[in-house]
Design a protein around this ligand. Structure first.
Ligand SMILES: [Zn+2]
Length: 268
């Protein structure tokens, strides 16, 4: 049976304490890629709770250098290094910008056992991405793109599956009109939504280059996306799933998902 799904390990913005930070695994049978690693050691707990052993976490895409996306990688490498060294689990492939690769290498050398850095460019491999970088990945095609972030160098990825269905993540940036050709008519789009439109004055998402649910839903509608997944949110709203979905449905005619941590969404 074709098991194609996204497993959400974390769905919260950096200040959220009730949710883990950005991290999700996209999987189809034996093909898997982890996108972002959250902000720390909790990534190991989330992976364990998702029944996802480290031997399956051998392809990781880091969208950008912010702490809520990158810091979990050090805990994954710390736990995986001796197993990788002994060939008990496969080599680790990290897809990221040149800047992020340099940050990971530098901090690892400063903070982790030498064993980790010894594996760099041997069994911990860095695949440097740039705008327009495309690569086959199992039965999938990955197309990385610059999100045109106003704050930082950041990348998204479009995954095209073997049946031509597509999944897009924009990292934690709002959709930018330069991405129209990449994003239009996609089957699934994962978009950050910092808060409800009615809470705009409380959270001021525009000041930190984030969107309200209404904005994210309006982008998805204009792009003719079929499914919208909202994540990277504040954690003060009770009943987030219901309230965010209700607001999104006012502006988006496709299917809306507001996953909780450790929830899975099937890609059909
Ligand atoms: Zn973030």
């Amino acid at each position: 049976m074709n098991q194609r799904k996204i497993i959400f390990l974390g769905t919260g913005a950096p200040d959220a304490t009730k949710y883990f930070h950005s991290s999700y695994l996209i999987q189809e049978n034996e093909t898997r890629i982890l996108v972002d690693t959250g902000g720390g050691a909790q990534i190991l707990r989330q992976l364990e709770q998702a029944n996802m052993p480290l031997k399956y976490i051998n392809h990781i895409f880091i969208t950008h250098k912010h702490t809520d996306h990158i810091l979990g990688i050090f805990w994954i490498m710390r736990m995986a290094a001796s197993k990788i060294f002994k060939d008990e689990i496969p080599p680790l492939n990290i897809y990221c910008s040149a800047e992020v690769a340099e940050i990971i290498k530098t901090i690892s050398r400063l903070l982790l056992k030498a064993k980790v850095a010894d594996l760099f460019d041997d069994k911990i491999l860095f695949h440097i991405i740039s705008d327009g970088h495309k690569t086959p990945f199992g039965d999938w095609q990955l197309a990385f793109f610059d999100t045109h972030s106003k704050k930082i160098e950041e990348y998204g990825v479009k995954i095209t599956f073997s049946d031509w269905k597509s999944f897009i993540t924009l990292g934690d940036e709002p959709y930018n009109e330069n991405l129209l050709n990449i994003c239009q008519n996609c089957d699934y789009i994962l978009h950050e939504a910092f808060c409800l439109e009615s809470d705009r004055e409380i959270f001021k998402p525009e000041k930190i280059h984030h969107s309200t649910v209404k904005e994210a839903a309006s982008f998805a509608e204009n792009l003719k996306a079929k499914n919208l997944i909202l994540y990277h949110t504040e954690d003060k709203t009770r009943d987030r799933k219901e309230l965010y979905a209700n607001e999104a449905k006012k502006f988006f005619s496709g299917k809306v998902y507001v996953p909780d941590d450790l929830e899975e969404i099937e890609i059909i």
